[in-house]
Design a protein around this ligand. Structure first.
Ligand SMILES: N[C@@H](CCC(=O)N[C@@H](CS)C(=O)NCC(=O)O)C(=O)O
Length: 257
């Protein structure tokens, strides 16, 4: 029984070692700081990348009302990543910049499939999120409860932002729906999840046995909604759950400092 336990443990460990990437010693000595909102999909995309590659980083949670933590920056959105004082902005550009440091040789070789699906995340998948998480007043409140309890808000802001934010986003999400020609937001979310599973064509990850940048992007943007009503519905009504669980296992817990 002992041997069996050991071999089960060893297989599990090997499985993990297989899908995960080792600590990026290159970045151990460098100061990496992520300015973010905890619930922002673009920030979570960058975090999925940093966590997968075990890059240690500090997190500065930005107050979305005052934004005083990024007063020093001309760029007023998050994420912003600083690497030893160098500023990187825009989630996909941040990931490209970090990725070419980690894989200087591969950076030149472009993987068309990976590129296509990273574009799909930025141009399609992200637009489905707000209409879904603010779909009804109940869902908008659940989302804002999550946002305000995980974000950087003062006590008064927390209370007011929850209700005012939920009400405002409920209406904003209807406008976004029109802007992006979405008729049934839930159906579109399910369809996107199915499209992604089809793209895997039976592979564990789009990257094959390991996640590539497209897997990390899809996982990153879905992470903030996974345990909200829309994310629970998506996992219940589509085939995306197994891939999502593999990603949860493959992406390291945050190596936040
Ligand atoms: N294209 C940018 C989009 C970033 C973005 O829109 N971030 C939102 C938060 S989810 C933001 O900072 N909005 C401005 C604001 O909060 O005032 C990226 O991929 O990083």
């Amino acid at each position: 029984a002992g041997t069996m336990l050991f071999s089960v443990a060893a297989t599990t460990l090997m499985g993990e070692a297989h899908a995960k990437e080792p600590v990026q010693t290159k970045f151990l000595a460098r100061e990496v700081v992520l300015y973010q909102y905890e619930a922002c999909p673009f920030c979570n995309k960058v975090k999925a990348f940093l966590d997968y590659y075990d890059i240690p980083y500090k997190v500065v949670e930005v107050n979305p009302i005052s934004k005083k933590e990024i007063k020093w920056s001309d760029y007023k959105k998050v994420p912003i990543l600083t690497v030893d004082g160098r500023h990187l902005v825009n989630s996909s550009d941040i990931i490209d910049a970090m990725n070419s440091e980690i894989h200087p040789d591969e950076a030149a070789v472009s993987d068309e499939e990976e590129k296509k699906w990273r574009g799909w995340v930025d141009n399609h998948l992200v637009h489905l999120l707000s209409p879904n998480i603010y779909r009804s007043t109940a869902e908008a409140l659940e989302s804002f409860d999550y946002i305000t309890s995980h974000g950087n808000f003062s006590f008064t802001e927390r209370i007011t932002a929850k209700y005012a934010g939920a009400a405002a986003m409920y209406f904003v999400s209807k406008k976004l729906k029109k802007k992006y020609n979405i008729t049934d937001e839930r159906a579109s979310l399910y369809e996107a999840a199915e499209t992604w599973v089809d793209a895997l064509s039976g592979r564990d990850f789009l990257g094959g046995t390991k996640p590539n940048l497209a897997d990390l992007a899809v996982f990153g943007v879905l992470r903030p909604i996974r345990y909200l009503k829309s994310g629970r519905d998506m996992v219940e009504h589509t085939r995306i759950g197994e891939w999502y669980s593999r990603m949860e296992a493959a992406v390291n817990p945050p190596s936040r400092l």
